[in-house]
Design a protein around this ligand. Structure first.
Ligand code: F6R
Length: 612
C-alpha cells in the first residue's frame, strides 16, 4: 500500500529529485510512515531515507543535497518490518549498485531468502522487499531488464516495482503484478508512479501497465514486455483531471474540501445517467438488458469499510425498488466463507480506490463461480474496475483525505441509479415512483449545498463533546448503515471510541452502556421508522444520555426529545442517507480538528488498502 514514483529525463533538463519528491507528496495518502529516494550521479548510487512523513526526507535532502537526471522514490506503509530507516525503501544490494522501490507483498520472500544463504549477511532490513534486490544482483550480468525478468519469475505475490542501476544512469526498469503502476509519457522524459495525481503536473498521457508487464524506460523510449515475453504497445490514455482539484483549494484540510465538494460530485455522478423529467435512466456502462436483469436471482454486495456501509444501504434499494434478494458482506469475510453463488447471482464490488485487496479477492472468487460482476469504483483503470463485467464510475475526482466522504456519497449515488435502473427494467416500480425517486435524487446536490452553508453550526456542537470518550450512533432502516458510517468517521479521525447500532437492538444489550457520560447521535429524519426512533431516544434519555439528533427541517417535536437538534433538508426516506451522513462527517471533522488530530492522514491508516 505504498506509493512509488520514478523519473528519467535529459541530463540537467529537470532535477529528478524534485520531480520525485513532488510526486511522492501527492501519494502520501498511500502511506506515510517513512520515505526514501535514490539517484544515480557520477556512476554512483546516492540514497536518502527518513522515518516519518515526507517532510522529514525533504529536510534531510535540503541538508545533504543530491541531484540527477534519474530517480526513484517511495513513501511507505509498513507491512513487514516496523517503520524505521533501515526498513524504508529504496533497498540496495550489498555492492550498492542496484536499487529498488516496491509496493506490494512478496509472499515467498522467506523461501527466496533461504536460497540466498551465502548472502544472508547482506540483508539490512526486515522487509519482504529486500530479497528482490539481492536476487536481481545475483542475475545481473550487464542487462538489468534480463535480471529483473529472471528475478520476477521466482517471485510470488504482488508488486509494483521500480529499479535503477549505477551502471546505466539512463534507464528505469519497472514491473507490475497485482499492485497499480502507471507510466507517464513525457517529451524527452518519462515517469512511473503508483497513481495518477503524482504525475499530473508533468503529463496527462499515461499508460496503465497490466499484470505481468515489465517495462524498460529511458527518456525517449518505453518498451513494455507482457507476461508471455512479448513486446506490447499499450494504449496511452489522456487523463483530464484538473490538478487543482487535488489541492486544498483554500480549505484547511482535504477532508473539509471533499465534504464541501459533495453537491458537485453527486451531480457529476448523476449527470447523463438520470433524466427526472422523462423518468428515464441510462447507465451506458451497464450492458444488462431487461432480460438479463430479470434473470438475476440474487445480489451480493461486497466491500470494506465505508464502501461496505454504502453497500449496506443498497440492500434496501435493491430489495425495495428492484425486488431482488440482496446480501451485503464484508469482503474479507465473504472470500473465506464459501458463499452460495450461481451464474444467476450478480456480485457488486464497491471500492473507491479499486485496489482494496480483500474486495479484489472476493470479486475474483465470484468470477471463478461464474457470477456476473459489477464494480462501483472511483479510480479509472483500477484493478477492480478492469476485472469486472460492468463498471459504474463515481465521478468524484481524487479523494485525498484518508476518511471517505465524497467517495461514500458518490457510491450511494451510483447505487441509487443502479437500483432504479433495475427497477425500471423489471417494472417492479411504477413509472410515477421511478420519476419521483429520480426527482428526489436530482434535488439532493442543492439540498446538501443549502445544508453546508451552515456547516459551522456543527463546530458549536463538536466543541461541547470533543472531550467525551465514547459515542453511540443510532439509526434504523436505511439510516442504520449511516449510523455505522458516522461512528466509523469519528473513530478513524479523532480516535474516540464510537459504535453504530440499529436503534431497535439497544434493549438487547447496549443500553447497559448508557449513562450521563455517553452522547447519543440519533438519526431521526422523517420516515416510517421515525416514531420508533423517538421511542429509542426516550429510552436513552431516561437513562441520562445526552441526545444529538439529526432531524428533518420541518420537525419541531424533536426539540423536546433531545438536547441538540441538527436540521437537514427534507427528502424521501429512501434517499435520506445521502443527506443524513453529511452532518456526521462534519461532526467527526470538527471534533478531530479541535483535538488537534491529523485529519487527513490519521494514524495507522492508509487510503488504499492493497494488502489483506
Ligand atoms: C473509511 C475509509 C475506508 C475505506 C475502505 C475501502 O473512511 O475510507 O474504510 O472505505 O478501506 O476502501 P475502498 O473503497 O478504496 O475499497
Amino acid at each position: 500500500m505504498c506509493g512509488i514514483v520514478g523519473y528519467v529525463g535529459k541530463k540537467n533538463a529537470k532535477n529528478a529529485v524534485e520531480v520525485v519528491l513532488k510526486g511522492l507528496k501527492k501519494l502520501e495518502y498511500r502511506g506515510y510512515d517513512s520515505a526514501g529516494i535514490a539517484v544515480v550521479c557520477n556512476n554512483l548510487l546516492h540514497i536518502r531515507r527518513s522515518v516519518g512523513k515526507l517532510c522529514n526526507l525533504t529536510d534531510k535532502i535540503a541538508q545533504d543535497p543530491i541531484s540527477s537526471n534519474i530517480a526513484i522514490g517511495h513513501t511507505r506503509w509498513a507491512t513487514h518490518g516496523k517503520p524505521s530507516e533501515n526498513n524504508a525503501h529504496p533497498h540496495t544490494d550489498a555492492s550498492n549498485s542496484i536499487v529498488i522501490v516496491h509496493n506490494g507483498i512478496i509472499e515467498n520472500y522467506a523461501d527466496l531468502k533461504s536460497q540466498l544463504k551465502e548472502n544472508l549477511k547482506d540483508f539490512k532490513s526486515q522487509t519482504d522487499t529486500e530479497v528482490i534486490v539481492h536476487l536481481i544482483k545475483k542475475y545481473y550480468k550487464g542487462d538489468l531488464l534480463d535480471a529483473v525478468k529472471k528475478t520476477l519469475s521466482k517471485v510470488k505475490g504482488s508488486y509494483a516495482l521500480g529499479v535503477i542501476c549505477k551502471d546505466d544512469p539512463y534507464t528505469i526498469i519497472c514491473a507490475r503484478q497485482e499492485a497499480p503502476l502507471i507510466i507517464g509519457v513525457g517529451v524527452k522524459e518519462n515517469f512511473i508512479a503508483s497513481d495518477i495525481p503524482a504525475l499530473l503536473t508533468y503529463t496527462r498521457d499515461m499508460i496503465f501497465l497490466e499484470n505481468g508487464d515489465i517495462a524498460k524506460i529511458t527518456k525517449d523510449k518505453i518498451v513494455i514486455i507482457d507476461k508471455e515475453g512479448n513486446e506490447q504497445n499499450r494504449e496511452i490514455k489522456t487523463i483530464n483531471w484538473d490538478p487543482v482539484l487535488a489541492e486544498k483549494a483554500g480549505y484547511k484540510h482535504f477532508m473539509l474540501k471533499e465534504i464541501f465538494e459533495q453537491p458537485r460530485t453527486i451531480e457529476e455522478t448523476l449527470r447523463g445517467r438520470i433524466y427526472p423529467n422523462e423518468g428515464k435512466i441510462h447507465v451506458e456502462e451497464v450492458k444488462l438488458n431487461k432480460e438479463d436483469v430479470r434473470n438475476i436471482s440474487n445480489i451480493y454486495v461486497i466491500a470494506c469499510g465505508s464502501s461496505y456501509h454504502a453497500g449496506f444501504v443498497s440492500k434496501f434499494l435493491f430489495e425495495n425498488f428492484a425486488k431482488i434478494p440482496t446480501e451485503v458482506d464484508i469482503a474479507s469475510e465473504f472470500r473465506y466463507r464459501n458463499p452460495i453463488l450461481s451464474e444467476k447471482t450478480l456480485v457488486i464490488a464497491i471500492s473507491q480506490s479499486g485496489e482494496t485487496a480483500d474486495t479484489l479477492a472476493a470479486l475474483r472468487l465470484a468470477k471463478s463461480k461464474g457470477c456476473q460482476t459489477l464494480a462501483i469504483c472511483n479510480v479509472v483503470g483500477s484493478s477492480i474496475s478492469r476485472e469486472t463485467n460492468h463498471v459504474v464510475y463515481t465521478h468524484c475526482g481524487i479523494e485525498v483525505g484518508v476518511a471517505s466522504t465524497k467517495a461514500f456519497t458518490g457510491q450511494l449515488t451510483a447505487l441509487y441509479i443502479l437500483a432504479l435502473d433495475f427497477a425500471s427494467k423489471k417494472e417492479s416500480l411504477s413509472k410515477e415512483d421511478i420519476k419521483k425517486y429520480l426527482q428526489e435524487l436530482w434535488e439532493i446536490p442543492v439540498k446538501i449545498g443549502d445544508f453546508l452553508e451552515n456547516a459551522q453550526e456543527l463546530n458549536k456542537i463538536a466543541k461541547l463533546f470533543d472531550q467525551k470518550k465514547d459515542f453511540l450512533y443510532l439509526g434504523r432502516h436505511v439510516n442504520y448503515p449511516v449510523a455505522l458510517e458516522g461512528a466509523l468517521k469519528l473513530k478513524e479521525i479523532s480516535y474516540i471510541h464510537a459504535e453504530g447500532y440499529a436503534a431497535g437492538e439497544m434493549k438487547h444489550g447496549p443500553i447497559a452502556l448508557i449513562d450521563e457520560s455517553i452522547p447519543i447521535v440519533s438519526i431521526a429524519t422523517n420516515s416510517k421508522v421515525y416514531e420508533k426512533m423517538i421511542s429509542n431516544m426516550e429510552e436513552a434519555k431516561a437513562r441520562g444520555a445526552t441526545i444529538i439528533v439529526i432531524a428533518s427541517s420541518n420537525n419541531r417535536e424533536v426539540l423536546t426529545k433531545s438536547e441538540h437538534v441538527i436540521y437537514v433538508p427534507e427528502t424521501d426516506e429512501f434517499v435520506s442517507p445521502l443527506i443524513s451522513v453529511v452532518p456526521l462527517q462534519l461532526l467527526a471533522y470538527y471534533i478531530s480538528v479541535n483535538l488537534g488530530c491529523d485529519v487527513d492522514q490519521p494514524r495507522n491508516l492508509a487510503k488504499s488498502v492493497t494488502v489483506e
